[in-house]
Design a protein around this ligand. Structure first.
Ligand code: KG4
Ligand code: ZN
Length: 327
């Protein structure tokens, strides 16, 4: 069963074709990162205009790469939230138009659920129950998954998301945008020798990253001659330690079979390495290109939703603050 996935929730226009939820036939991404870099962050209006320019060529490219025609597809899966309203609208309207014109089933997908399903494209056998740490620009969630569509949110951030913290720290240090990759790069030449407060919020599985950020701001303001690389390394080490420790703790509490990593921050090398090294459970992590926003993960998730009988109709709407919920 071949599914066309469409993803436009933020600043990547993406389309992909996936077979049986696990085999990626194509994965096309038009990144807007250079357009937004000059503003130091995503400008929503610019993002949605760019999506409208890229969406048709990117869908065509994904179909061509996969060597499929409309008649080969079983359904169209599209992200309908969470994300930027204007950006989401482009993808949802394109998906609806194709579904209507080609008489194909439409499947609305939650972007966060999509991130988790990037793990189904890794070729690994996944076993429930599992814990998934979703760390992106907008979320830091610890999710218990007992089966397809069966999610329990065990922990979340109380303030900044992990990716947001990376982006803000990079801005504070004048390292540029997007924050994750530039902090990681700077950290490679630095030492994690600056003590920064780690927020454990004992007794809960929740995260908090605003304290590390405020402390970084104070230290940067107090020390004009700072070694940016050391600050980047210290910040990254603190965030990674909290994420890894809490994820392993919760995996132990629920005695899961596996730990999955998902979302843009899952592209962080020290996070990947530390979690793999410290976890007593098998750890599955998607390749870098499937950690940040892409449409293959949406098509993969769409397949499992479709197989379970969950389709959407033409009333499918964008929901910018869509929550992860069991289906
Ligand atoms: O999942 P994603 O592509 O978009 C959202 O759904 O938000 O995540 C984007 C976030 C950004 O905050 C970015 O700085 C972060 O992922 N990120 C990283 C790395 N690559 C991207 N954070 C840490 N290390 C990285 N290598
Ligand atoms: Zn994302």
């Amino acid at each position: 069963m071949k599914i066309l996935g469409i993803e436009t929730s933020c600043d990547e226009t993406a389309a992909a074709v996936v077979e049986d939820g696990t085999k990626m036939l194509s994965n096309e991404i038009a990144s807007q990162v250079e357009i937004h870099a000059r503003y130091g962050g995503i400008v929503p209006e610019v993002a949605s205009r760019q999506h409208t320019l890229s969406i048709i060529p990117i869908i065509r490219a994904a179909m061509r790469k996969a060597d499929v025609g409309w008649d080969d597809l079983s359904a169209i899966a599209v992200t309908h939230g969470p994300g930027l309203a204007g950006s989401l609208l482009t993808g949802v309207n394109a998906a609806k138009a194709i579904a209507l014109a080609r008489n194909l089933p439409l499947v609305g997908v939650n972007h966060l659920e999509g991130h988790m399903y990037a793990n189904w494209l890794t070729g690994n056998e996944l076993k429930f129950p599992l814990i998934c740490l979703i760390v992106s620009g907008g979320h830091s969630d610890l999710v218990l998954m007992k089966g397809h569509g069966d999610y329990t949110l065990l922990g979340r951030t109380r303030d900044d998301a992990a990716g947001e913290a990376f982006d803000k720290a990079a801005r504070l240090l004048g390292l540029g945008y997007p924050g994750g990759p530039v902090i990681q790069k700077a950290a490679e030449s630095g030492k994690a020798n600056i003590p920064l407060p780690k927020s454990w919020i004992k007794g809960t599985n929740d995260f908090s990253f605003s304290g590390i950020k405020s402390s970084l701001l104070r230290l940067v303001n107090e020390n004009k001659d700072i070694n940016k690389n050391d600050f980047a390394a210290s910040f990254q080490a603190a965030v990674v330690d909290v994420l890894v420790t809490k994820t392993i703790d919760v995996a132990q509490e629920y005695n899961v079979c596996q730990i999955l990593l998902a979302g843009g921050v899952a592209a962080n090398k020290p996070l990947r390495e530390t979690l793999t090294a410290r976890s007593p459970f098998p750890v599955i992590i998607p390749p870098f290109i499937l950690c940040t926003d892409n449409a293959a993960m949406i098509a993969a998730c769409g397949y499992f939703r479709f197989r379970a009988g969950h389709t959407s109709d033409m009333a499918l709407d964008v929901i910018p603050n869509l929550k992860l919920a069991a289906v």
